[in-house]
Design a protein around this ligand. Structure first.
Ligand code: BGC
Length: 784
């Protein structure tokens, strides 16, 4: 693991105090800014050098062939890949007759900072050209949360010593050349020149480009406008070509009197609307941005974020670095989901092309856990996207010979794009994960039942139908779900995966209960009593395998009889195992890529006793290698529950620092949004012990030695709740609405707006710490 302290500790910003060219691709991900609709990687203003240029729009993709060595029935025919759309970030600079380029001349200072409260990326640099001309360049970049189609940059340049002629070129660049893909299955497929020009125009200080994709037939438009504030004699001209829009500004600048350029950007895309319609939509958004002005956009951004932090901040005392990482994580989760609005939230958000820009179960199981309690509208929108793709999921189920809906394992638009079916189509649990997110959202945020009626019910019904047709009652009456892959991708196509079966059980019960609440709507979906009875029967008879000898559940039937992986002889360089060993060997041994049964202990904690949880956790700790970043947060949650608080903190830190420390060495492809969401999960469900089974909020907070306080805020049924945890007691404060019944360490209590409620934290029985596979223990957290 790299432990470079690139970023000084600061509670509200992530700051890089010098430019490290060898980790540019990684910091471009860390400094990416997004509102969930538009995503700009943290590329340098002047475009070069770059690690990987990136400008993305949620849901905007190109189709590509998926070649198979052995074609088989039901395999997805085409892949979908996120497109690097027109780059509007570029502002090139000529100082006298030399290009401002940090690789040449002398870079005296360079600082970039992601400000988590203002929601902007700031950069300042002092540079002396090879000919000895010094300039100070600064830029502030934002992608607006409240104005979904808008981004903006404030760019300033002034000489350090003597009057200097500068030329600034503000550009829109389409079809940038991208570095070729590497042989890592997690990296993106590289598309060459995916966009063809449909329209371009430029006038005054504006330029607009419209393109379409060749195969997916999507239309995208990018436009820019400027406000130029320079010394007398400043000149400018604008031009446009098929793949380039350019405003060129020439000015003679003097020290203390910078040339100031505000660049407004607008983006839009559509699968349906015509080229003129998309062009005009973007032109209108640009006019709106111009009208709001730089100061207005900045103020709107701050007020949006003030609101967000007010209802979502997590304070942590005793570890300043972890505090910073937590806020960084929350900020990026918000950036990934805030304005995605009926588009998929990708595993990397809009910070990079990793995993081809696909969304997975990561969204519902990790990201939506956080958004439901911090930005509920964004959670509703994400589930609205699933609802929107139901027809595709129904078709996929039909193709597979199943009833109901089979949602894709990975996708951008809604069709299954997983070309490797054992860790794709067979991972049916994604359907129960979506249902689980629906149930959680309904209980936490759907006060008037509108969401359930419009979207939730249908999602529950169609996924319940899937489970009913995927499983069967055996001769003994038990309901079996055979031949599926659970969350742990080092086992595949196994029978009765405990996680899958328990989540399917919840799905079936929730669907039956929702039908009872909405009989009319259910009748429209052709649900009758017989069908709901069959769901209830299946749930009741659900097979949950248990190993009587070991007194633990096998992850799936037969798992505990497999040979154990030879951890002793596996070297640190052979992780992740998927890049060094064949799947067939991983599949037939006891080795766990990521929390699977342990995730069931969290999400279906109601199905296990405390003793079972402790035994299962210890057993699976010895086998879990964490080759997926989706694991550490869940291990933190269960470690905390079974009293391993120090271990919980170690896992919490690993989830939190996944990208700031580039722990998995692939932050360059984009951030690990589910792990960043997992940071909140580790804090709130882990140290806060929050559970939400059956719509009741319960907490069992406890702190590890190193921390003195953790305080988190939640939105619950339109109310705001603050949980403030110290070493000996926890205080609950409700800020609005009717009194709320919650559970504190197993006891029901009622918290009202009248006064905060304080309860002591009971002592916990000490247990032996579990062990991990050789060399795979998490780094022990020693607060800085
Ligand atoms: C994990 C999956 C996850 C995917 C995208 C894989 O490595 O095993 O569970 O959905 O990454 O984050």
């Amino acid at each position: 693991m790299i432990r470079h302290r690139a970023f000084p500790v600061d509670p509200w910003s992530v700051r890089e105090t010098e430019l490290q060219l060898d980790s540019l691709q990684q910091t471009e991900s860390v400094f990416a800014i997004s509102n969930g609709h538009i995503g700009l990687r943290g590329n340098l203003d002047e475009g070069e050098p770059f690690g990987l240029p990136g400008t993305y729009l949620a849901g905007f993709y190109e189709l590509r062939p998926l070649p198979y060595a052995e074609p088989a029935y039901g395999e997805p025919e085409a892949g979908q890949t996120i497109v690097n759309v027109t780059n509007g970030k570029i502002i090139r600079l000529l100082v006298e007759d030399e290009s401002f380029d940090v690789r040449y001349g002398e870079l005296r200072s360079h600082e970039r900072a992601l400000d988590l409260r203002d929601g902007v990326l700031r950069r300042t640099a002092e540079w002396v050209s090879p000919a000895g001309r010094g300039v100070r360049v600064s830029s502030t970049r934002l992608v607006s949360f409240p104005h979904r189609a808008v981004a903006a940059i404030l760019y300033e340049v002034e000489p350090l010593e003597e009057p200097t002629t500068v030329v600034v070129q503000s550009e829109l660049v389409t079809n940038e050349t991208l570095p070729a893909s590497v042989g890592d299955p997690r990296a993106a497929f590289t598309l060459t020149s995916p966009l063809q020009s449909e329209y371009f125009d430029s006038q005054a200080t504006r330029a607009i480009l419209v393109h379409t994709t060749k195969a997916s037939r999507l239309t995208v438009s990018a436009a820019m406008d400027h406000v130029i504030d320079g010394p007398e004699g400043t000149e400018f001209k604008v031009e446009s070509f098929a793949d380039l829009g350019r405003l060129t500004v020439t000015a003679d600048v003097a020290p203390g009197k910078p040339l100031r350029l505000v660049k407004f950007l607008a983006y839009g895309w559509s699968a349906e609307r015509s080229v003129p319609a998309v062009r005009d939509q973007v032109a209108a958004a640009l006019t709106q941005a111009h009208h709001r002005g730089w100061d207005g956009l900045l103020a709107d951004q701050r007020s949006y974020l003030d609101d967000y932090w007010e209802r979502s901040d997590v304070e942590l005392e005793g570890d300043a670095e972890l505090q910073q990482a937590l806020r960084f994580a929350l900020f990026h989760v918000l950036q990934a989901g805030a304005r995605a609005e009926r588009r998929a939230i990708a595993a990397k958000g809009l910070t990079g092309p990793g995993y081809d820009g696909h969304a997975f179960w990561d969204t519902e199981t990790f990201v939506l856990q956080v958004l439901t309690y911090t930005a509920p509208q964004a959670a509703a929108d994400a589930l609205g996207w699933r609802r929107h793709t139901l027809e595709l999921a129904r078709r996929r189920a039909g193709q597979l010979g199943l009833r109901g809906a089979a949602f894709p394992w990975r996708t951008i638009h809604g069709e299954e794009c997983g070309g490797y079916w054992p860790a794709g189509t067979a991972a049916f649990h994604v359907n129960a994960d979506i249902a689980d997110a629906v149930v959680r959202y309904q209980a936490a945020a759907d006060a008037d039942g509108g969401f359930e009626r419009d979207a939730g019910l249908e999602l529950l019904v169609e996924t319940a139908r899937l489970w009913r047709s995927l499983g069967h009652h055996d001769a003994a009456g038990r309901f079996r779900i055979d031949g599926v892959t659970g969350p742990d991708e080092y086992s595949a196509v196994a029978d009765n995966n405990v996680y899958t079966n328990l989540m399917a059980q919840r799905n079936l019960r929730a669907a039956a209960a929702a039908v009872e609440r909405h009989p009319k709507r259910a009748a429209e979906l052709a649900v009758d009593d017989e069908e709901t009875a069959s769901w209830r029967d299946a749930a009741q008879a659900m097979l949950v395998p248990y190993d009587e000898d070991l007194e633990v559940h096998p992850q799936a039937e037969g798992f505990t009889q497999h040979q154990t992986w030879d951890f002793e002889h596996t070297t640190p360089q052979q992780y992740p195992l998927l890049l060094h060993f064949p799947y067939f060997d991983l599949y037939r041994k006891q080795v766990v890529k990521q929390a699977d049964l342990v995730l069931a202990l969290h999400l279906r904690g109601d199905a296990f006793s405390d003793e079972e949880k402790a035994r299962i956790f210890a057993y699976y700790e010895r086998l879990t290698v964490r080759d997926s970043s989706l694991s550490a947060c869940t291990q933190a949650v269960i470690a905390a529950e079974v009293g391993q608080l120090e271990l919980a903190l170690d896992y919490f830190s690993e989830a939190a620092l996944i990208d700031l420390d580039d722990i998995d060495h692939n932050t360059h492809d984009g951030l690990h949004i589910a792990s960043l969401a997992g940071t909140w999960i580790a804090a709130v469900a882990g140290l806060g012990g929050m559970r939400d089974h059956d719509g009741i909020l319960s907490f069992s907070p406890r702190l590890p030695q190193a921390l003195t306080r953790i305080a988190f805020r939640l939105c619950f049924r339109g109310r705001r709740l603050l949980v403030d945890v110290g070493r000996a007691q926890a205080t609950y404060s409700l800020f609005d609405g009717d009194p709320l019944e919650i559970v504190h360490h197993g006891r029901r209590v009622t918290v009202s707006t009248q006064r905060p409620l304080t309860r002591s934290i009971p002592k916990q029985r000490p247990r032996e710490p579990p062990s991990q596979p050789a060399g795979r223990a998490p780094e022990h957290r020693r607060p800085a």
